[in-house]
Design a protein around this ligand. Sequence first.
Ligand SMILES: Nc1nc2c(ncn2[C@@H]2O[C@H](COP(=O)(O)OP(=O)(O)O)[C@@H](O)[C@H]2O)c(=O)[nH]1
Ligand SMILES: [Mg+2]
Length: 314
Amino acid sequence: MNTVVVIPSKNEEKRIQTTIEEIFTVFQNRGLERPTILLTDDSTDNTRVIARKVGANVINGGGKGLGFAMYLGLKAALEFQPDIIAAYDADGQCDPNEIPQFINMIQEDRADLVLASRFVKPGLVQYDYPFLNRFGTIVLSKILSAFTGINHTDSHGGIRAMKPEVVEELEMLGTHTYVQETIIDAHEKGFRIIELPSAWLKRQHGKSRVVSSIPTYIFHTLPILILRSKQHLKWLYTLGILFFLSSFIYFGIIFYQSGFNLPPLINRVPALILVSLLVTTGIQFFFFGFILQLLKVIKYRVDKAVFHSERSQK
Ligand SMILES: Nc1nc2c(ncn2[C@@H]2O[C@H](COP(=O)(O)OP(=O)(O)O)[C@@H](O)[C@H]2O)c(=O)[nH]1
Ligand SMILES: [Mg+2]
């Protein structure tokens, strides 16, 4: 089985060599074909140089954050014609011995996307994980489950395995929402998603950047989650209808108060202004929803066209 392991990295020079070597060792010990390691890197330190030295391929992560780097990395993994694509954090927070279990699930066709869950059972988080981070990731997972109907406990685990088709089809709106959007996207396209329990170890070097500020992270993530799960259509169209209805009801009331005669009705200038404001606001909510949806579709099409044209030029 040809496996490509995509590793996002940002200034992991102290850890990257161990991470890559551990992966090679695990594959070798289990009798698995040596994987291709592909770093999608945004480092300013020596991460790339070290990674290349120990046998990894490196691409530029694009400098827009982890989400975008992973999008580029996963799409670039397709160039190696893999049977399986895995994703694995560079920083040593995951146990490499778990990777074969994830790959197995794909190999045995038991799922199309396998996620790691640190919360599916107690004891997996093996250090004093900050309460706010734990709370934030659980809240985000709950929001994701509520919006999409996908029942899962963790979107932020550091190991994943997926079929190349999941990556072929992958469309993303945000640059910071890789973890959630890949789940929504795969679910939308009918791929089977499962979770495996996964240990979460303490970072030995450096600091977590991704979930360092949970409120800011939720602020960036929530609008994309709303757009991806099509909640914006539901909410904006509902608001549009509510404003329309209230304008009709209010117009009915003032028309009734005017004894269903036009001259006294025309004299109710402030009330008529309110009616027209309610109508135009309703229309704006409708159009806003429609335009957002249109932009979303355009972005997907442009990304797809760019991806295919870049691929055909290679
Ligand atoms: N390419 C790239 N990798 C990143 C970026 N931010 C974090 N990473 C990598 O993504 C992985 C997870 O990041 P981390 O900050 O540890 O997130 P956490 O473990 O979820 O708190 C690590 O391997 C990081 O080196 C980024 O902006 N670009
Ligand atoms: Mg980490």
